[in-house]
Design a protein around this ligand. Structure first.
Ligand code: HEC
Ligand code: HEC
Length: 436
């Protein structure tokens, strides 16, 4: 439980956070908002708790599966994803979401740069300042993403400016379109898209600088292809699940180390053990949902089970030294807070338009509560998609686990106590991650 007053115009960066005493693991944001959540507030939400559809928090009823798309639609989607430039700068979806990994690794960037420096990847938002230079993409495999500031956010030192540029990795398109693209879709690192068609349109305009607007039928075909083609699944079990089959199970593990690593990913805690430390946010079919345990631990961040977002202090750590912005966040009721981060994440996403955010967060929180929160990525197939985190700041799985051990679980408790991750724990977790 967090007992930290909420000062006006407080710096809400790491300094303010460390002032909190024994915060819970998922709580993250010290004293940003009182826990005034009630069942009534919950019922007023879009449909997150016992909401409009009258179901529980975790499992909105699966919608009836639509009829499978025809082969003609899938073939059109494949052509558009792989080859159509829409009269733009020569890029297609596969320029960044490569066939085997759904993303670009640093290794792939190096190979492509060596093979052909004129590769469409090295244009526009792939370049250092948007116009020249490949040092950033070569080092981190990130691209520049330009974002509009919503009306309630301004830059403290430049109030007239309405856009910012952040450096983000390319999230893998494997498993995501089918598993995160349905009811209350959670798309993009900041959850700003709720459907695959709007996302594809944005990509065609933004990354590919199209001069020809895709038709609704073309956008539907891209979405159908991403949800249906085998390329977009890391295993047959996940593909079967996407087609209405059972939820994929965590692998049992072959070695003692893998079996010990698996325990961290279960979604229930056992008193006195470390079980569930990772599962509190990496539960559900795509291993990216907050579990009941995670929701209880989330404290003033007010996450509900099923939320596919959280903060693990990656932006706050800023290992890549991306440029820092100071945001002035106004809740419209006189409570203005300052936040300094290189990437504000979900802060810029209007809760009213992001159905996932609205449905899986308690009502009435100050918008600044979500600064530094990002979409929780799937962990299936994660061994194939380095680097990791939204800024690609963790180059290996070991770097990821060291971040949790040295930063996150140093700042936040797990079930009421600070927990160390030993060298053996770290090796076990990496061994298990490599099985997914
Ligand atoms: C220049 C590289 C680039 C190109 C080209 C590109 N994307 Fe992306 N894609 C990205 C980046 C970067 C993000 C994350 C951006 C963010 O969160 O702000 C992303 C996000 C996505 C996501 C959401 C993934 C998730 O985890 O939520 C999907 C789906 C996607 N892209 C599909 C497409 C499609 C379809 C096309 C072609 C129409 C396309 N992309 C073209 C770089 C690219
Ligand atoms: C508080 C919720 C939370 C907890 C606890 C948590 N994660 Fe995460 N995980 C996230 C979020 C959110 C991200 C994305 C962070 C970002 O990009 O800034 C993430 C990202 C990752 C990634 C990177 C995936 C990618 O494709 O970039 C890995 C791997 C990962 N977590 C593994 C773990 C492990 C191992 C543990 C336990 C030691 C763990 N997580 C505990 C929420 C959590």
């Amino acid at each position: 439980m967090l007992r930290h007053p909420t000062p006006r115009l407080a710096r809400t960066g790491p300094a303010a956070r460390s002032a909190a005493t024994r915060p819970a693991a998922v709580a993250l944001l010290a004293g940003r908002a009182a826990r005034t959540f009630t069942a009534l507030a919950c019922a007023a939400l879009l449909a997150g708790c016992s909401g409009a559809d009258g179901t529980g928090v975790t499992s909105p009823p699966p919608p009836p599966l639509p009829p499978p798309p025809t082969d003609t639609v899938l073939a059109l989607g494949e052509r558009l994803f792989d080859a159509e430039t829409f009269g733009g700068n020569g890029r297609t979806c596969v320029t960044c979401h490569m066939r085997e990994t759904g993303t670009i690794t640093i290794e792939a960037v190096a190979e492509r740069l060596a093979r052909d420096p004129a590769d469409a990847l090295f244009r526009h938002d792939g370049l250092d300042g948007g116009d020249a230079g490949v040092s950033r993409i070569a080092a981190n495999a990130t691209v520049r993403v330009e974002l509009q500031l919503p009306p309630f956010v301004t830059l403290a030192n430049d109030p007239a400016r309405r856009t910012i540029v952040v450096n983000r990795g390319v999230p893998s398109t494997i498993n995501t379109p089918a598993l995160d693209g349905g009811v209350r879709a959670a798309l993009m690192y900041d959850l700003r898209h709720n459907d695959l068609q709007a996302q594809a349109l944005d990509a065609v305009r933004g990354h590919a600088k199209s001069t020809v607007t895709p038709t609704a039928a073309q956008l539907d075909a891209i979405a159908a292809f991403e949800k249906g083609n085998d390329r977009f699944f890391s295993s047959a079990a996940i593909r079967t699940h996407a087609r209405g089959g059972p939820q994929p199970e965590l692998p049992a593990g072959n070695t003692e180390s893998e079996r010990r690593g698996r325990l961290f990913f279960l979604d229930k805690a056992v008193a006195g053990t470390k079980q569930g430390m990772c599962g509190e946010c990496h539960a559900g079919a795509n291993l990216n949902e907050v579990s009941e345990l995670g929701a209880r631990e989330s404290g003033s961040a007010g996450l509900l089970p099923g939320a596919k977002f959280g903060s693990t202090l990656v932006a706050e750590t800023n290992r890549n030294h991306d440029p820092l912005y100071t945001f002035r966040v106004d809740d419209g009721a006189g409570d203005v807070r300052l936040v300094s981060l290189p990437d504000p994440g979900i802060l810029l996403t209007d809760r009213r338009s992001a159905s996932h955010l609205a449905a899986f967060q308690q009502a009435g929180l100050h918008p600044a509560v979500n600064a530094g929160f990002f979409k929780t990525p799937s962990l299936w197939g994660v061994r194939l998609t380095p680097p990791y985190f939204h800024d690609n700041s963790a180059k290996t799985l070991r770097d990821v686990v060291d971040h949790y051990a040295n930063v996150f679980f140093k700042r936040f408790t797990f079930v009421g106590a600070f927990v160390e991750l030993t060298e053996q724990d770290r090796q076990d977790i990496v061994a298990f991650l490599r099985l997914l």
